[in-house]
Design a protein around this ligand. Structure first.
Ligand code: SF4
Length: 318
């Protein structure tokens, strides 16, 4: 995950919740991709280290466990840079140029100069990140499947030239609920429409009160349609079954107004986030513990990376 700022509900349901369940079933490596943050934000870098630490606290607060998974920071494991360099030698440039995210982001982020070697080559760095740990699977969203495909191609090419070292990782796709921001667009920091895991109950209540609802419902006396309302989608995630059914019924018959409906949802959301907030307080009050978790996780990752690189150097004979 790139450290681009505090995590929001979209990140929680889109990735973290899945990771938390995966750590029960697999030997997982999760890392904060701070070098990747440089591929698009290379001009101003002062905030990255603060974001890295906050992201780790967000992860721990959400329920990722350093006892079950290896949690580490990419830039602390220099072996990633060495493997990246070796992989760049064998990766044909057209593979990178045809990467759909590359083409898409060049257009979308036209305010930034992304005509850099690092931006074109970031799928190679991702490949290094993944195959370093001989990963068999990578949890990704549909839009990232092409990246895993490039990783598979690079691993295959390496194995073809130098002998079997790396397994070809599979994409692990999971169904994730669609979380929209308070304005009804995709939840994103850059749209200023996100509810963050670290938001206080007052901030959550304020954000929820601004959420867009059924656009056809102008007055409380107008019957609403919960099926087109984002607040109702949130109820489905955070409220109990009885409340969900009640809202569904009373919205359609105009027995409940949006203001009240939002207050009920905000209460459930705040309750849902309470254990996450409690864990955050625990870690924020113990900076040494966070340092130790980072250091232990990086130590575990480094050990595996060193073993892999020993094999790689022998295979490449350099
Ligand atoms: S009552 Fe609730 S579900 Fe119905 S439109 Fe208003 S906010 Fe949405």
């Amino acid at each position: 995950m790139r450290p681009t700022g505090p995590l929001h509900l979209g990140n929680l349901h889109g990735a973290l919740a899945n990771w938390i369940s995966m750590q029960e079933r697999y030997d997982c490596f999760f890392f904060i991709a701070d070098w990747h943050a440089l591929t698009s934000d290379y001009e101003s870098t002062g905030h990255i280290s603060k974001y890295v630490r906050n992201m780790l606290i967000d992860w721990l607060s959400a329920g990722l466990s350093p006892d079950k998974s290896t949690l580490f920071i990419q830039s602390r494991i220099k072996e990633h840079a060495e493997l990246f360099l070796l992989l760049t030698m064998i990766t044909p440039v057209p593979w990178l140029e045809r990467n759909p995210t590359y083409k898409d982001q060049i257009v979308q982020m036209s305010n930034k100069d992304l005509s850099t070697f690092g931006f074109l080559g970031y799928p190679v760095l991702q490949a290094a990140d993944i195959i370093m740990y001989k990963a068999h699977g990578v949890p990704v969203g549909v839009d990232q499947v092409p990246h895993v495909e490039i990783t598979r191609e690079i691993a295959r090419r390496f194995n073809y030239f130098y002998g079997e070292v790396f397994p070809e990782p599979e994409s692990i796709l999971t169904e994730t609920p669609k979380i929209l921001g308070i304005d009804g667009r995709k939840m994103s920091k850059s749209y200023n429409n996100a509810i963050f895991l670290s938001d206080s109950p007052d901030e959550i209540a304020a954000s929820v009160s601004k959420m867009v609802t059924d656009p056809q419902r102008a007055r409380k006396s107008d019957p609403g349609n919960p099926d087109v309302c984002n607040v109702y989608e949130f109820h489905k995630l955070y409220s109990d079954e009885q409340t969900i059914q009640r809202i569904n019924r009373e919205c359609r018959t105009a027995e409940i107004g949006c203001v009240e409906c939002k207050k009920i949802m905000a209460r459930h959301l705040i309750n849902f986030l309470e254990p996450i907030h409690k864990r955050r307080e625990h870690y924020e009050a113990r900076p040494q513990l966070v340092d130790d978790i980072i250091s232990d996780g990086c130590g575990k990752a480094r050990q595996v990376a060193r073993e892999t690189m020993a094999e790689v150097r022998e295979a490449v004979k350099i």
